[in-house]
Design a protein around this ligand. Structure first.
Ligand code: C2O
Ligand code: CU
Length: 532
């Protein structure tokens, strides 16, 4: 049964007031946190690190007391409850690479040297074991975005593991319980805005949808290696050369080439400024619009398209020319099916859709929302000339179904329950000062917003800034208000308040941050911590 939109109370007077996180501004915090972490999964090569990801001697005494330890017994017990499925053994290498982008050769960092990173595919109930090796000249980690996994495999340096040093390796190993469309990327600095990202698809052993073909579509905004630009230099330019939040940025290459700051962009859909970075290229599956990927099928085929926005600072409006799309999932979780002409994906969001292919050649277009550029791929089921690289299908301006319009599928809907814990997250900061934060506090690794295992938690995001923010929580899928979809990332437009609910069922220390990689790195990030 679909709950009535008005039936669920938005606030619960019995809820406890939000506990402000403990904040310690001493730089030693991260090292101390890291030092407490090496209980599980760490190899000899993994060493404690500071927040900037460099190896450092462990300090002690700065970890906020009274919280679950990522490698501790609560996390191990939660993992045992997930079972012990067959091991799917994979390997992954982060490495400097040369990639071809529409006729140019670009130097970047990429997984297994390719764009996008390798598609990982497992079946729900498997144990995913990824032997990860770091061939980069910098520390890194791998984060498994959206997966409700054991906390010590979540890939957050200084919080859930020590970052993996250059030349070192780390064995990621965790049970994967929920099917769906996920992805992986580093959680160090702005590395994600290089070529370090790839899809993680979890098949359902009892797949309820019927379809003939599947197309994984990864969207990305690209600047790395173009005319001397790289994401670290852009972060520095956005920060006016300052660093925030106790972070010491990696020394950026001397800024060369053009400014990459985007000024005066506008999007009605995003409620104001669309982004901060002016990307020269937008990619679908690592290809530019003038050298697009072509996906072939037969007319009448039902195609499941799994859309993933791996961008750093770009929302994409996506449409398939000549087709309507039936939304079946968002962020890995099923929804009551809904037809739409176009979709809007904030950074890190995913949508799964079904389409019934018509006869011909059709553009799959991802418009960089508010930024005027586009990315494109082609669906071909018959003859006819391919759509040109600038093709803007009229579906982009047709019916748009957004996440708050959707309803969670019954199978994953949270049961009705009173809120026992509420945290207010006021999103603060400005583009001019680039001082993005949560509740005016830039991130420090010792921050904790407390929850207890078993609680029904409400997070209230209030956007007091003049820009939209895709807010992401690790390790959980919250539910949008009034029976809305289960998601791990929700877009909060300027001036708006968004309430989400979750059940605290996965003990650990979990990052909560804006998935604009330049905002999170500038301070719009914190930690939801389970009390011990
Ligand atoms: Cu894609 Cu901290 O997340
Ligand atoms: Cu943001």
């Amino acid at each position: 049964m679909r709950p009535e939109r008005s039936s669920r109370p938005l606030t619960d007077p019995s809820a406890r007031p939000a506990e402000p996180g403990r904040r310690t501004l001493l730089g030693a915090g991260a090292a101390a946190v890291a030092a407490g972490l090496l209980g599980a999964g760490g190899t000899a090569a993994a060493r404690p690190v500071r927040a900037d990801g460099r190896g450092a001697a462990a300090a002690s005494g700065d970890v906020p007391p009274g919280y679950v330890t990522p490698g501790g017994p609560h996390v191990r017990d939660a993992e045992k409850r997930r079972g012990n499925g067959p091991v799917r053994q994979l390997s992954l290498l982060a490495t400097p690479a040369l990639v071809q982008l529409g006729g140019r050769t670009v130097r970047t960092w990429a997984y297994d040297g390719s764009l996008t990173g390798p598609e990982m595919r497992v079946t729900a109930g498997d144990t995913l074991a990824v032997d990860f090796a770091n061939n980069l000249p910098h520390h890194t980690t791998v984060h498994w975005h959206g997966v409700a996994l054991r906390n010590d495999m979540d890939g957050v340096p200084g919080i859930t593991q020590a970052a993996v040093a250059p030349g070192a390796s780390f064995p990621y190993r965790f049970m994967v319980v929920r099917p769906g469309t996920y992805w992986y990327h580093p959680h160090v600095g702005v590395q994600q805005d290089r070529g370090l990202y790839g899809p993680l698809i979890v098949d359902d052993p009892r797949e309820p949808l019927a379809y003939d073909k599947e197309w994984v579509v990864v969207l990305d905004d690209w600047v790395d290696g173009i005319d001397g630009s790289d994401p670290d230099a852009i972060l520095k330019e956005l920060n006016h050369g300052m660093s925030h939040g106790g972070h010491e940025m990696r020394a950026a290459a001397a800024p060369e080439g053009p400014s990459r700051i985007l000024k005066g962009s506008h999007s009605e859909l995003l409620g104001g400024e669309a982004g901060n970075v002016d990307y020269p290229l937008h990619l679908i599956n690592g290809r530019t619009a003038d050298d697009p990927e072509t996906f072939t099928a037969a007319p009448g085929d039902r195609i499941r398209i799994r859309l993933i926005n791996a961008g750093g600072d770009t929302a994409y409006r996506v449409a398939l020319g000549g087709h309507t799309m039936t939304i079946t999932h968002t962020d890995g979780h099923p929804v009551e099916h809904a037809d739409t002409d176009t979709l809007l994906l904030g950074m890190s969001e995913r949508y799964d859709v079904l389409v019934t292919a018509k006869d011909g050649a059709f553009p799959l277009t991802a418009l960089a929302e508010g930024k005027k550029h586009l990315a494109q791929a082609v669906l071909r089921t018959g003859g006819g000339s391919a759509p040109g690289p600038g093709t803007r299908p009229r579906e982009l301006d047709g019916k748009l179904v957004t996440a708050p319009d959707l309803y969670s599928a019954e199978s994953v809907r949270l049961p009705e329950r009173d809120v026992e814990r509420r945290h207010q997250m006021v999103l603060t900061g400005s583009m001019g000062r680039f001082n993005w934060a949560i509740n005016h506090e830039p991130f420090t690794p010792s921050q904790r917003y407390a929850v207890r295992e078993g609680e029904r938690v409400q997070l209230v995001f209030r956007n007091h800034t003049r820009m939209w923010h895709p807010m992401h929580l690790h390790g959980h899928a919250f539910e949008l208000a009034d029976g809305g979809p289960r998601k791990d990332t929700v877009s909060v437009r300027p001036g708006r308040t968004v309430r989400v609910h979750l059940d605290a069922d996965n003990p650990g220390l979990w990052m909560l941050h804006c998935h604009n990689v330049y905002h999170s790195e500038s301070g719009m990030m914190t930690v939801l911590g389970y009390r011990d």
